[in-house]
Structure formats: structure tokens, C-alpha cells
Design a protein around this ligand. Structure first.
Ligand code: ATR
Length: 273
């Protein structure tokens, strides 16, 4: 073990947190770059009411980086010294860095959505159906619009889709909107449908999917959701949810270390945890 008193601590906070793959993913990255003497990544179960205290402790103890999961992503914003423009617009912070006692908040979730898509397509002008209107949808919609895609939001609760669409200047509607979803180039599921225990369910009827589409499900438990299995059968190109987890993580790794993240090593941790 190369950890010493000089090693910088990065911490993921959540409630619960023990299921998180972030520590293993980041530590594998530190080791691959030979910087596991400089950085270590741990997890701490923190109740939402104690977030403020943790932020104070982060300053006092000189903790280097803080990763936040839901619902801490929103709570933490109240207690930081600065929040970057992107995180403000998305309305959530998943990454905090300690710069000489000043805590700065960022959001890398949108890169988790955009980067896997940009590896296989150009987003500008593409018609994208975002399923869901919660926190994950906000990061997706922000990123897609920043890349000049044509975004429509579809949600079970239509009003929430319309509200989010209004805020970001795009369109929103119902998950039953078969023609619009069928005509999109890309479908991104940001709902929790498909995640255990809803792993036998689909967010949309399977006949909305065509072989020309890219289907990205940000659910990563199970690794391949029913939506992805069915989309693959119909000939669509699929992207697994772990790609979102990976790419929000590689962007975060680069903020914490100022080094290029070793993507393949970090992916291996997620695909074979
Ligand atoms: P997150 O921050 O992970 O996006 P969230 O903010 O709770 O989580 O949002 C969950 C999303 O999944 C919402 O869009 C929700 O739809 P509603 O706004 O109608 O609640 C969607 N969702 C959850 N369960 C669903 C289900 N059984 N069918 C369809 N959509 C569902």
C-alpha cells in the first residue's frame, strides 16, 4: 500500500453508499497511472441533514474531492463557495473540489450522457427523445442542447415534461407519443423503469424502436436492461448504462487529478465489478 500522510482524499457521500462503484473505479485509475500514493478514493454514508457539517469538515481536514450522489447533489449546492455555470443550469453538483480551502462545485453527469453518444454519432441536428423528466433527464437535456441536438422530453407525468422543456427551451409530451418517439434518431431512457425491481418493465412499447435508432439506457442494474435487450433484437444500436457512469467518472477523475483518465481500466471495474 502506497498511502501516506501526504495522500489526498477523495470521498463519495450518499445514503446509502456501500453499493457505489465510484471508489473502485477511481482507485483503479489512480493505480494505473501510478498516482495511488497521491490520491485515494473512499466512501462515507452521510445523512442529508449532515451534509453541511461534512462540507465544513472537508475544509477543516483538507479533503481534496467530494463526489455526491442523489439526493446530496442538490443539498450540497447551498454550502459551496462557488458553483460553475453548467452545474447551476443543471441544478445539481456531483463533483466538489477543494482549492486551497475554497470549495467549487461542478457537474459531470451531462458528459456521462454526451460522451458515449459522441463516440458513435454527431449530435448536432439529431432528433433525440429523452424519456423521463427527473434529475438525470436535466443533465441529459442540458448536454444535448449544448451540442445542438433537437430534444423532446417524454414523461409519465406530462406536466413535468412540459415544465422541464419550457425551462430549457425545447418540447415536452407524453410517453405514449408513438410517432414522435419512433421518428427520433436517438432514444435515451432516464426513468427508473428497467432498474431492479422494475427490471421486467419497459419505459415505452417496443414497437416504438427501429433498427435505425441509437438506444441509450442510463439504468445500469441490470447491466443490460430489458429495453436494451429488446432494442438489440430490433437491430438498434445500444449503449449500456455503465457508459454514463464511466464517463461522468472519467470527467470527474480529470478534475480531481488534472490527469487524463485511463478509460479502459476504469471501464473494466464497471463491467466486471
Ligand atoms: P432521477 O434523479 O434519477 O432522474 P427522479 O428525479 O426521481 O430520478 O426521476 C425519475 C423519473 O422516472 C421521472 O421522470 C419519473 O416519472 P414521473 O415524473 O411521472 O414520476 C420516471 N418514472 C419512475 N417510475 C416510472 C414508471 N413506473 N413509469 C414511467 N416513468 C417512471
Amino acid at each position: 500500500m502506497k498511502i501516506s500522510a501526504k495522500t489526498k482524499i477523495c470521498l463519495i457521500i450518499g445514503d446509502p453508499v456501500s453499493h457505489s462503484l465510484s471508489p473502485a473505479m477511481h482507485n483503479a485509475g489512480f493505480e494505473a497511472l501510478g498516482i495511488d500514493n497521491q490520491f485515494v478514493f473512499l466512501g462515507a454514508r452521510v445523512k442529508i441533514k449532515d451534509v453541511e457539517m461534512v462540507i465544513q469538515a472537508m475544509k477543516k481536514m483538507g479533503i481534496h474531492g467530494l463526489t455526491c450522489t442523489i439526493p446530496h447533489k442538490i443539498e450540497v449546492m447551498k454550502h459551496l463557495d462557488r458553483i460553475d455555470k453548467t452545474a447551476k443550469k443543471i441544478g445539481a453538483v456531483n463533483t466538489v473540489i477543494n482549492q486551497n480551502g475554497r470549495l467549487i462545485g461542478f457537474n459531470t453527469d451531462w458528459l456521462g450522457v454526451i460522451t458515449p453518444l459522441e463516440k458513435i454519432t454527431f449530435l448536432k441536428g439529431k432528433k433525440v427523445a429523452v424519456l423521463g423528466a427527473g434529475g438525470a433527464a436535466r443533465a441529459a437535456v442540458y448536454g444535448l442542447l449544448r451540442r445542438r441536438a433537437k430534444v423532446k422530453i417524454f414523461n409519465r407525468t406530462i406536466n413535468k415534461a412540459k415544465q422541464l422543456a419550457k425551462e430549457f427551451g425545447c418540447q415536452g409530451g407524453s410517453l405514449n407519443n408513438s410517432n414522435e418517439i419512433k421518428n427520433s434518431d436517438i432514444i435515451i431512457n432516464t426513468t427508473s423503469v428497467g432498474m431492479k425491481p422494475l427490471d421486467n418493465e419497459l419505459p415505452i412499447p417496443i414497437d416504438y424502436i427501429t433498427s435505425k435508432q441509437i438506444v441509450f439506457d442510463i439504468v445500469y442494474v441490470p447491466f443490460e436492461t430489458k429495453l436494451l435487450i429488446e432494442a438489440k433484437k430490433r437491430g438498434a444500436t445500444i449503449i449500456h448504462g455503465v457508459e454514463m457512469l464511466l464517463h461522468q467518472g472519467t470527467a470527474q477523475f480529470e478534475i480531481y487529478t488534472s490527469r487524463k483518465a485511463p478509460e479502459e481500466i476504469m471501464r473494466k471495474v464497471l463491467v466486471h465489478p
